[in-house]
Ligand binder design. Structure first.
Ligand SMILES: [Zn+2]
Length: 445
């Protein structure tokens, strides 16, 4: 980046932090809400919704709509590529602290805000991933066009992170002490090559106590992810001697080999059921137009509802690349100038899994849907919920309300109208799973 660009960026970062502090202060302002008197026994979803503290928490969102938007914008404007979430993590940690949680950062960089329950031996996680797919240097400024906010990462996962913070804030306003300990987590490494490393570390650390995980990812209220989509990310690397385009013509060319292999691979048949997909997502190699490259790389993402198909497709990729290399070497006019080396490496593997039928977390979500008048469909997707689901731990992933689109593109957008329903839905699901402590249990249990 040129000096002037760096300077502008530095100023931008300063401004972001300054605005951000204003919001921390606003969030820490005294509560208007009154404390509930005698909470009834925790029980069915309807009992949770009738709980006066629940009502207080639910009522918090509406009058704070513009504050919620601002939290989302401020967080989305802090760059957070996978493996570089530090600055955004610090911002979220401040906000969770201001919402009354005891916060810390684990070894891997996850922000963990604890709301201690009456029963500390049982833990429920509410999480939202910090990272975005956008590389460092991407302009993440949020633009306003009427209601619509646009900017890379505004919805995925600006919406989830804002929800994480304000759900904690609403529970603080209602002075809710949960029955089970709730961990509000902003986790690292959900996207791409992050390979769910934040959630892996988290589940690892809390596994013995972990009763359920609710993952807030993106916008909307139309779905609930109960099935983890298995995926693998692979990188093909082909290398050769490299040379001059004219004088070494006829030498093996790694880019030719990648292209030959890739053409074979994209003609591989994949079934529609079980749904199986592949994407050639990134290709690079070469140094100049008049050099025979010494290296070519290709990154491929494969996904399937079936582990078997996934394995088949991975083998197909390896076979196609082997054939591409062979074709290139056999057709090289000058075989005296060296051969190709190649390998296919596994960059990441996300395990599949499914929520058990009759799971309490799904029952809680359904009850919340009913209460807020929402209909949602079950979905299979690749999210942080893959990790707990693959280990048989109850988990769902849901959108955090409003509407968004263009995820993972520079045209990403978000419209907050209707967000309240999504926040209520998430809060009610969380409260139903975590429970509300009875007064007499509030000190010990
Ligand atoms: Zn996401």
């Amino acid at each position: 980046m040129p000096e002037i660009g760096r300077e502008l960026k530095r100023r931008d970062e300063k401004r972001t932090m300054k605005h951000f502090l204003v919001w921390v202060i606003l969030l820490s302002m005294p509560l208007r809400s009154s404390l509930a008197t005698q909470p009834p026994r925790q029980g069915s979803a309807s009992e949770i919704t009738k709980h006066p503290q629940t009502q207080t928490a639910l009522d918090w969102f509406k009058p704070h709509e513009s504050l919620i938007n601002d939290v989302q914008i401020k967080l989305a404007e802090i760059p957070a590529p996978s493996y570089q979430e530090e600055q955004r993590a610090a911002a979220v940690e401040q906000l969770l602290g201001a919402a009354g949680l005891t916060t810390h950062r684990d070894k891997i960089g996850n922000v963990i805000g604890e709301l201690r329950g009456a029963n500390e031996k049982e833990v429920v996680i509410l999480s939202a991933h910090l990272d975005t797919v956008f590389p460092a240097g991407t302009d993440v400024k949020v633009h306003h066009e009427g209601e619509r906010l646009s900017g890379p990462g505004i919805s995925d996962n600006g919406t989830g992170l804002a929800a994480l913070v304000v759900i904690a804030r609403a529970m603080q306003a209602a002075k809710i002490k949960p029955r089970r300990t709730i961990l509000f987590v902003a986790d690292v490494g959900e996207e791409g090559e992050g390979n769910l490393r934040g959630m892996r570390a988290l589940v690892d650390a809390y596994r013995a106590k972990l009763k359920a995980a609710i993952v807030l990812d993106g916008s909307g209220t139309d779905h609930v992810t109960t099935k983890a989509l298995a995926s693998r990310r692979l990188e093909v690397v082909i290398s050769g001697p490299g040379g001059h385009s004219w004088s070494d013509f006829g030498m093996v060319n790694p880019i030719n080999a990648v292209v030959r292999g890739a053409v074979r691979f994209i003609n591989t048949k994949v079934p529609t059921a079980p749904r199986t997909t592949f994407n050639l997502g990134q290709i690079e190699g070469g140094t100049s137009v008049n050099s025979i490259p010494h290296e070519a790389k290709l990154k491929v993402d494969i996904r399937s509802e079936s582990e078997e198909e996934l394995t088949r497709l991975e083998s197909a990729l390896r076979e196609c690349m082997a054939a591409g290399v062979r074709d290139e070497q056999e057709s090289a006019r000058d075989r005296s100038k060296g051969r190709l080396d190649w390998k296919v490496e596994l960059l990441g593997s996300r395990p599949g899994g499914e929520l058990a039928a009759g799971s309490p977390v799904l029952a809680a979500l359904r009850a919340a849907d009913e209460f807020v008048g929402n209909h949602s469909r079950l979905e299979r997707s690749s999210t942080d919920a893959n990790i707990p689901l693959s280990m048989g731990i109850d988990a769902i992933a849901i959108g955090a309300g409003g509407n968004g689109g263009g995820a993972h593109s520079l045209q990403e957008w978000y419209e907050p109208s209707g967000r309240e329903m999504g926040l209520k839905r998430a809060l009610l699901t969380l409260l139903e799973v975590a429970g509300i402590a009875q007064e007499k249990n509030a000190i010990t249990n």
